[in-house]
Design a protein around this ligand. Structure first.
Ligand SMILES: Nc1ncnc2c1ncn2[C@@H]1O[C@H](COP(=O)(O)OP(=O)(O)O)[C@@H](O)[C@H]1O
Ligand SMILES: [Mg+2]
Length: 404
């Protein structure tokens, strides 16, 4: 009897509107995430880049550890920090200074890899409309890898879900205000502003960020209206135009695309000089990628007829979250290689708890030191990441006409 009454009371009580419930849940979650960040990155809840052991530093510079030690003994370049245990470590700024010192005296090898002469800024779009195919993980590790090598890198978050932004220490709905994403630089109204005002320095020397948040969705809503107007620059050229205004300051740009083939993604495809299509080697993912390729080619041919620029230096499939010991996955990779041949990167991104664990604390594996993992797990993961990114670095140099 009592139960019946309470049920009745529940049906009679005014229901909270769904929008209110969702909004409240969103706000509560946002608060909680903010508190978690404060706990993760005290005291100012901001991220910093760790310094690098002398072995890591020597490897990054491309010299022997003994030579690096000799340089500091000879007073050439900055002095490393020495721990009470005698271990030497360098910041990335110091590593870059050493590269410059080496270049002063170098006849052949170039230690600062920046582009020269008529080498054009490389714009790499990481795409696929399958969520979870590893786009953001690939984009973040590539951008950071290139910055560690000494390139000037711009990472651009085009996904309203803004995971790339979050990985770089920002909480999208809290830290990124109106008109502070790429939307601000491509919008059609008078509030459009220069991309240079939107770019933020990151805590990694050489890596700048165009953050994202939900505001990016506006572009998908505005564009159909703008299509009717003949006087404005068409949607597919606007990302390229915005990036073009800052291209002089960068060697490489990495665009993390949303998991859909919307106007922003098409803009990214037109802006890019290299395409990286991420693919997790499982049947459903590969079938979804097939749809992506067919749809992309349809849309892009329309864009091309309207004057869009689709000239690529390279297109590569990146196998992500790969488990070579899994038979069906290995088969699927073999299948992709036989179909797409050299367009599948030779190296693969192995699935590793090191990568996903680093992601839990909003970090890439390049940020987390080796001491935080079992050595085997860390080495296997970092080797695979370095191999993939090194291969892409090679493609970039090739596009510049350098010897690889
Ligand atoms: N190599 C990897 N090993 C383990 N986990 C990975 C790896 N790459 C991606 N992940 C995890 O898979 C999930 C989806 O990856 P993400 O890069 O966000 O995909 P997308 O951007 O395509 O949606 C994330 O939780 C990420 O941590
Ligand atoms: Mg993503």
């Amino acid at each position: 009897m009592a139960k019946g009454r309470s049920q009745l009371a529940e049906t009679l009580a005014p229901k909270r509107p769904m929008t209110e419930v969702i909004a409240a849940d969103g706000a509560a979650l946002s608060e909680e995430l903010l508190a978690m960040r404060r706990a993760l990155f005290p005291p100012v809840s901001q991220k910093n880049l760790r310094s690098f052991s002398s072995v890591e530093s020597a490897k990054l510079i491309g010299i022997a550890d003994a030579y690096l030690r000799q340089l500091s003994l000879n007073g050439k370049g900055p002095q490393p920090k020495i721990s009470p245990g005698g271990r030497r470590s360098y910041t990335l700024d110091q590593i870059n200074q050493i590269r410059a010192v080496l270049d002063e005296n170098s006849k052949g090898k170039q230690y600062v890899p920046r582009r020269r002469g008529d080498e054009h800024c490389q714009v790499m779009a990481v795409v696929n409309f399958k969520g979870g195919s590893g786009k953001t993980t690939t984009a973040a590790h590539l951008a950071q890898y290139l910055a560690l090598q000494g390139y000037r890198v711009l990472a651009v978050d085009l996904d309203p879900q803004a995971s790339l932004t979050a990985l770089h220490g920002y909480q999208p709905e809290y830290d990124i205000g109106p008109n502070e994403t790429m939307y601000g630089a491509v919008r059609y109204d008078d509030n459009r502003r220069p991309l240079s005002e939107i770019i933020r320095k990151s805590y990694i020397p050489g890596l700048d960020l165009v953050p994202g948040n939900l505001e990016l969705m506006e572009y998908e809503h505005d564009t159909p209206r703008a299509l009717a107007e003949r006087s404005v620059e068409p949607f597919f050229g606007r990302v390229a135009s915005a990036l073009g205004t800052v291209a002089d300051n960068y060697d490489v740009m990495v665009l993390d695309c949303p998991p859909q083939l919307g106007f922003l993604t098409l803009g990214a495809l037109c802006a890019s000089t290299g395409l990286l299509i991420t693919a997790h080697p499982q049947m459903l993912d590969v079938m979804s990628m097939c749809q992506f390729l067919l749809m992309a080619s349809d849309l892009l041919s329309v864009v091309q007829e309207s004057g869009g620029d689709l000239d690529y230096d390279f297109i590569r499939y990146v196998v992500t979250r790969y488990e070579p010991s899994d038979g069906p996955q290995a088969q699927m990779v073999g299948f992709m290689r036989s179909l797409f041949r050299e367009r599948v990167l030779t190296n693969t991104m192995l699935k590793s708890t090191a990568v996903s664990d680093a992601g839990l604390s909003k970090q890439t594996l390049y940020e987390v030191g080796r001491e935080n993992f079992s050595k085997n797990t860390y080495d296997r993961a970092i080797e695979s990441l370095d191999a993939v990114n090194g291969e892409i670095d090679g493609l970039i140099r090739q596009a510049w006409g350098r010897a690889v």
